[in-house]
Design a binder for this molecule. Structure first.
Ligand code: ATP
Length: 236
């Protein structure tokens, strides 16, 4: 049943008050253990889609189900199922560990539910954890953000452009982090505007262009189609 499906989106549509149609009748489905890349150029509607599925933006139409639960905008009930990270947002003079603990306290959830050690292990932060964040590289900051999102070990982890600004070795580290997380039986969704990044970090891909779904499938199948996919084709 749907309770086993990490995410199912049906007919999702968002038109902003200025008339801009950011997401246009988008449907997709993600299975457990997948690392799904939402791929598309700037303005394709990726961020708007992720914000709708985390209940932060109200859709005009469509249905979003996370493990069968309907997403209702403004309802925090999904916090346990899904986790969403937008930007670094760290206090640079504090250690990584202190930042994680502070963040967890801000969520208001019981301390015993946090999984700092496991999140840190998966994010491969190592000894850097006890150094001030201001000494971190860009890649380490991104991994700290991801550790933050992983603290409650959500069954569905949603990350907006987690590889933004990373160099190729750091992107490979990010891939290891995401794959390790999915290997625990959980599910990851990331957005990206770079095909190579999705190719390196994801098992599956949904390609978006101007708010519309243009292709979807296992990364190997989609990437095999080359650039054709990215210039936009009609819906299958
Ligand atoms: P990017 O990589 O640039 O973030 P994206 O694929 O994530 O691209 P969105 O951020 O979802 O795209 O934006 C989709 C479109 O909707 C863009 O053209 C953007 O300008 C527009 N848009 C986003 N937010 C709003 C808003 N609050 N009001 C009006 N238009 C918006």
């Amino acid at each position: 049943g749907l309770a086993d499906v990490p995410l199912r989106i049906d007919g999702l549509t968002k038109r902003f008050p200025n008339g801009h149609l950011a997401v246009d009748d988008l449907s997709l489905r993600v299975e457990r253990g997948q690392v799904l890349g939402l791929l598309g150029p700037n303005g394709a509607g990726k961020t708007t889609t992720l914000r709708m599925l985390m209940g932060l933006v109200r859709p005009d139409a469509g249905d979003i189900r996370i493990f069968g639960h309907q997403v209702v905008p403004g309802t925090p009930a999904l916090a346990r199922l899904g986790s969403f990270v937008e930007g670094p947002g760290h206090l640079p003079h504090l250690s990584g560990r202190a930042n994680l603990e502070l963040y967890w306290r801000a969520t208001g959830r019981p301390l015993g539910e946090s999984r700092v050690d496991e999140a840190v292990r998966i994010a491969a932060l190592g000894e850097a954890l006890d150094r001030p964040v201001r000494t971190y590289s860009q890649g380490m900051r991104q991994r700290l953000s991801i550790a933050q999102a992983m603290l409650g070990l959500p069954d569905l982890l949603v990350l907006d452009e987690p590889t933004n600004g990373l160099d190729p070795p750091q992107i490979r580290e990010m891939r290891d982090v995401l794959v390790a997380y999915a290997a625990t039986g959980r599910t990851v969704i990331i957005s990206s505007h770079l095909l190579a990044e999705v190719e390196q970090t994801c098992t599956h891909v949904v390609v978006m262009d101007r708010g519309r779904h243009v292709a979807a499938g296992p990364v190997a199948d989609i990437v095999g189609e080359g650039d054709a996919v990215l210039v936009g084709v009609d819906d299958p």
